[in-house]
Write a protein that binds this ligand. Structure first.
Ligand code: HEC
Ligand code: HEC
Length: 232
């Protein structure tokens, strides 16, 4: 994966003369080794755009981090500081246990976020979490396949087989949920909606990020269900 740059293996700056610390931070942004856990395989770049990708069609769980530093609040108001916002991600999604804000890596990451945050102040971004999930109507499977590629495949690999998934800790979608659906009595579609909308929260656990309504619309989710759980 091209995003997994080695720390320090960064090409020269591109005109706007960022500080060397910001350059290190740019590499860390895309490096899973920012987390000290050997089981972590994701980086900030797995879930956030930083304005550097050439707008490939990706649906990301997290907001863009362009202009993220001078927002008045984060996580839809739930995180009162930038540090709290980043800590959430490190703890919930990147298996990090202890965070040292004064460590050189944290400083470098901050310098990088600063270098891509020209707007002061910047408006807060909404994050609407669907609390009580309900099934959404199945949509067009062909659209659903595109949504899957854009939102899920980076981590889960191919649907139904898991080929190319990020690691063996990432489930095969939807097959690995079939057993739970049968045991619990919930339709498979509801189990998928629950996971996508809540990620590790509401007592579910795991490290998958939740997709808010802003990051994934109900229409796209419905299309996804049409693709993953076709009517027999
Ligand atoms: C597995 C996915 C994932 C990873 C990895 C991840 N984040 Fe997040 N992040 C999210 C989600 C989901 C949210 C909540 C939605 C939102 O506010 O963007 C979030 C929120 C944030 C926010 C608040 C944005 C706002 O304005 O509300 C910041 C800042 C942030 N993340 C920074 C980082 C940084 C820096 C890293 C790497 C150290 C990182 N994240 C890694 C998924 C992730
Ligand atoms: C950042 C990586 C990442 C992304 C993006 C992601 N997932 Fe996941 N997902 C995981 C991981 C890791 C697990 C297993 C651990 C857990 O439950 O959190 C998982 C688990 C699941 C499960 C539960 C499987 C089971 O064992 O019951 C479902 C369903 C699922 N994902 C669906 C999706 C769908 C649909 C999308 C796209 C909208 C998606 N995921 C996007 C990482 C991701």
């Amino acid at each position: 994966m091209k995003r997994w740059l080695a720390v320090g293996a960064v090409v020269a700056s591109m005109g706007c003369a960022p500080t060397p610390a910001a350059e290190v931070g740019r590499a860390l942004f895309a490096d899973p080794r920012l987390s000290s856990s050997a089981f972590n395989t994701v980086s900030c770049a797995t879930c956030h755009d930083d304005g550097s990708s050439d707008a490939v069609e990706r649906i990301l769980a997290g907001h863009t981090l362009t202009d993220s530093v001078f927002r008045p609040s984060w996580w839809g108001g739930a995180a009162p500081s930038l540090q709290a916002a980043v800590d959430n991600c490190l703890v919930f999604f990147m298996r990090e246990e202890r965070i040292d804000a004064t460590a050189p890596a944290s400083r470098a990451l901050y310098e990088y976020l600063l270098s891509i945050s020209p707007t002061r102040p910047a408006p807060p971004l909404p994050m609407t979490v669907v609390e009580n999930v309900a099934d959404v109507p199945r949509g067009d499977p062909r659209r659903g396949e595109r949504v899957y590629q854009a939102a899920c495949a980076d981590c889960h690999g191919d649907a139904f087989t898991g080929a190319g998934r990020m690691s063996a800790l990432v489930s095969v979608v939807p097959d690995d949920s079939v057993g739970f659906a049968e045991q619990s009595g919930f339709p498979l579609t509801t189990v998928i909606v629950e996971k996508v909308r809540h990620g590790p929260f509401f007592g579910i656990g795991g490290t998958m990020p939740p997709f808010s309504v802003e990051s994934l619309s109900d229409d796209d989710l419905g299309a996804l269900l049409g693709y993953l759980v076709p009517l027999q």
